[in-house]
Design a protein around this ligand. Structure first.
Ligand code: 5GP
Ligand code: SF4
Ligand code: MG
Length: 459
């Protein structure tokens, strides 16, 4: 498995901005469960609330009535860069001579190391292991005295995938990388503005979506109004296809596409590309649900819920894992034997990365005495590391990097195995296909700097 990327959420001009931000983070919890933080300000200055773990656990010890302000930003994190220690919890807050600035960042800056080295030579002292801290130093070091101009000048210097929320003494500002690689959308609730990684999180605060922040766009929310500018003209869309395949919540619309429909279409395409005779289609819940439904609708093979998910694993997972060492997937997934026994089963998942979980799931199906297992994957083989938004293991850990399809089939111990092809995936996207990054599947990195990148990041 990979790591989730992060979720960011901000509220401008609402008396309950702190509570609304926590609600938003709760709704973005699927994007990171490791730590969370909120920075807000009121007449008494800037305040930060940070902790490890899940939003609802964190809130048990917080009296929200004591945290009021009209502007807030928040972040829920799964480490992409920097270890998981508490000094790396976002949003980060600094006090520069241009004023106090807080930042929440989703993504990876691919030239962070070079920028960091330069800044260190000029005397910058970094407090965290996060590449997100680079942008704050760039802003603080910028010759532009005006904060807005300093932010724009700094955004021009960074490369990679990013969605940023800044909180300043004047308000909030939101920016998205020129590829539109990471998602970011704008919503409205009465006279308040909301910015969120996914539009599905707007619903929980009863806001409605206005639009996505555009690639290369920066939006300023100040003086009770919204203004917008582009910090570059070099826009080349490369939205992260993995957001649609796995990361995002199915009730979000991302890059203009409803996530559930996209996943269902991938399942349909997969069924067209790899038809077979079978008794039942099941999903690996929850990530494979919509693709499995699509596969069933297209193939005519009935969809059943043959695996039940246990939702109560939480933080105890690591301890519990030791108790069932030989197959810890059983902690999360239970087979429904009367659906599976003596059946030819098609099992659909969104992706295979390492292959270890998938193998354990197949074992669970075998124990439920299925007759045959046919694995279908609603995305192409995962072959290359990601440098833009998410943390990926060494490429040697990707099963598709080490084995060919027949090797993977044997490893998983399945009767047949099919991945959605690159062509199939592009067919699903139709005329939108040129707007996406597929680098983890085809090695074609937008910004075309793979080798240099690798060195810079791994050094
Ligand atoms: P694998 O077979 O590679 O061990 O695990 C595949 C499963 O991992 C799939 O169900 C897929 O939904 C899930 N997965 C894919 N990418 C990620 C990720 O970035 N984070 C987590 N937690 N799971 C992922
Ligand atoms: Fe997304 Fe893959 Fe591109 Fe990374 S390499 S941004 S995971 S599509
Ligand atoms: Mg999954």
């Amino acid at each position: 498995m990979l790591s989730e990327d992060c979720g960011i959420f901000g509220v401008y001009n609402h008396s309950d901005s702190v509570s609304l931000t926590f609600l938003g983070l709760h709704s973005l919890q699927h994007r990171g469960q490791e730590s969370l933080g909120v920075v807000y300000h009121n007449r008494n200055g800037f305040k930060q609330l940070k902790g490890m773990g899940l939003v609802n656990q964190f809130l048990k010890n917080i009296d929200l009535s004591r945290h009021r302000g009209r502007v807030a930003i928040g972040h829920t994190r799964y480490s992409t860069t920097g270890s998981s220690s508490s000094s790396n919890i976002q949003p980060l807050l600094i006090n520069s001579y241009k004023g106090l600035i807080g930042v929440a960042h989703n993504g990876n800056l691919i030239n962070a190391k070079m920028l960091k080295d330069n800044l260190r030579q000029k005397g910058a002292i970094f407090q965290t292991a996060l590449d997100s801290e680079v942008i704050l130093h760039l802003i603080a070091h910028s010759r532009e005295k005006d904060l807005k101009k300093a932010i724009i000048a700094s955004l021009k210097k960074i490369r990679g995938g990013f969605a940023f929320l800044f909180i300043t003494e004047k308000g909030l500002c939101a920016a998205r990388d020129p590829m539109g690689n990471r998602p970011l959308c704008l919503g409205k609730k009465g006279k308040s503005y909301i910015v969120s990684s996914e539009d599905s999180a707007l619903k929980i605060v009863q806001a409605h979506s206005i639009r996505e922040i555009q690639p290369g766009e920066i939006v300023f929310l100040e003086d009770d109004r919204i203004t917008s500018a582009f910090f570059t003209t070099a826009i080349q869309k490369a939205h992260c296809i993995f957001e649609l395949i796995y990361f995002a919540r199915p009730d979000s619309t991302l890059f203009g596409l409803p996530v559930n429909q996209f996943r269902e279409e991938c399942g349909k395409q997969l069924a067209r590309d790899s038809s077979l005779q079978a008794d039942v289609v099941i999903a690996v819940p929850d990530s494979g649900n919509y693709a499995a439904l699509g596969f069933s609708r297209e193939s005519g093979i009935p969809f059943e819920m043959g695996l039940v998910r246990n939702h109560y694993i939480g933080r105890t997972f690591i301890q519990a894992k030791q108790l069932v060492r030989e197959n810890d997937a059983r902690l999360k997934l239970m087979p429904v034997e009367n659906i599976l026994k003596n059946k030819k089963v098609v099992i659909v998942d969104d992706s295979i990365v390492r292959g270890t979980t998938s193998r354990k799931i197949v074992k669970i199906l075998r124990e439920a005495r299925v007759k045959e297992v046919h694995f279908r994957i609603a995305s192409p083989p995962y072959l290359h590391p990601c440098y833009y938004g998410i943390d990926t293991p060494d490429e040697n850990e990707f099963i598709a990097h080490r084995m060919d399809i027949s090797g993977i089939r044997k490893f998983l111990q399945v009767d047949s195995l099919h991945y959605l092809s690159m062509n199939g995936l592009k067919q699903v996207l139709g005329e939108r296909k040129n707007d996406f990054c597929f680098a983890c599947f085809n090695g074609r990195y937008p910004q075309k700097v793979k080798i240099k990148l690798k060195k810079e990041i791994l050094e």
